[in-house]
Design a protein around this ligand. Structure first.
Ligand code: NCD
Length: 312
């Protein structure tokens, strides 16, 4: 049982399937009782709408009291280190801390510190991992196809800077999907060769089951890179345009972690098209995060197991 939730690689395939099943049970109305009041701090050093709100919603639905800390108005501005901030939140009585931070692997120095026993939840680390997004993406794909093995999945766009691309490439490959990548050459991390095939969007759009589009991570690009293409050029060469969308297989779905740059990586009209699961992903995010938080609560023996109630 895991006290921290940092990277899907810490879980085996069965544990991942268990989280997916638990998320589905929560979506179906399962309720849970806590043994005592539980408090989680949410601290987002990088901007967030979906992940932050959906962690908070998941916490509230489970009966956890969320404490939202805005790093812009906190002692972080006075130079406090992440480790001291986490220890402070622990001293004040939080059972867990959900953190998004621009440093890839922000949690590494903290997990080796024996004085830290508040649970750490990774809500996105730089260009590293975004495990809760991956879990909600897995749930969305599973809803549709009831399997991962043998599915053909394209991940397209800013592969180098996107933590969604990296966490999904690793886990989808492990679960048996066949992966294709497309996007600008300069944003292709060569180690992605371990997970799938780098090709171009026109070769794959008509043959995959999932078109997973990525946001261009403007905030992680330097000025030269930002000016190396225009929105129109990007859309024409790498984007899911209406024309490309029309070539998708009938049962194929479109995914995107959002926020979406409409008409850059994806045509405006496709964001809410019938084959799009973009808002479904956001709905699933709450239930996936309830499952993640439950695994932490269980590891701390904070759930009154016998009071699980299935309202189906
Ligand atoms: C993603 C992120 O922050 O990595 N957003 C999200 O959590 N849904 C994707 C992105 O910002 O492009």
């Amino acid at each position: 049982m895991q006290t921290h939730f940092l990277d899907l690689n810490q879980l085996n395939d069965d544990e991942i399937m268990e989280l997916i099943r638990l998320a589905i049970q929560y979506r179906d109305g399962k309720l849970v009782q806590l043994k005592r009041p539980v408090y989680f701090a949410n601290m987002f050093y990088e901007n967030s709408t979906r992940t932050h709100t959906s962690f908070e919603m998941a916490e509230r639905k489970l009966g956890i009291t969320p404490i939202n800390i805005d790093p812009k108005n906190s002692s972080v501005q006075k130079g406090e280190t992440l480790s001291d901030t986490v220890k402070t939140l622990q001293a004040i009585g939080t059972d867990g801390v959900v953190i998004r931070h621009k440093t890839t692997g922000w949690y590494e120095p903290l997990i080796d510190d024996e004085r830290i026993h508040t649970s750490l939840v990774n809500a996105g680390d730089g260009s590293g991992q975004h495990p809760s997004q991956s879990l909600l993406d897995l749930l969305t794909i599973y809803d549709e196809f009831k399997k991962f093995k043998g599915l053909k999945i394209a991940i397209v766009g800013d592969l180098l800077h996107s933590r969604v691309a990296r966490s999904n490439a690793e886990i989808l490959k492990r679960l048996g999907a066949k992966l294709y990548f497309a996007g600008p050459d300069e944003w292709y991390p060569s180690d992605f060769d371990n997970f799938g095939e780098f090709t171009n969007i026109d070769t794959i759009v008509g043959k995959v089951d999932v078109m997973m589009m990525l946001r261009v991570q403007l905030e992680r690009l330097n000025e030269d890179a930002r000016e190396s293409f225009t929105a129109v050029e990007y859309a024409n060469i790498f984007g899911l345009t209406e024309e490309r969308g029309s070539k998708m297989k009938k049962k194929a779905i479109i995914m995107h972690p959002a926020p979406v740059n409409r008409n850059i990586e994806i045509a405006d009209s496709l964001v809410e098209a019938p084959q799009s699961r973009i808002f479904r992903q956001m709905q699933n995010g709450v239930f996936a995060r309830m499952a993640i938080l439950t695994s932490i609560l269980k590891s701390k023996d904070l759930i009154a197991e016998d009071e699980y109630e299935d309202i189906n």
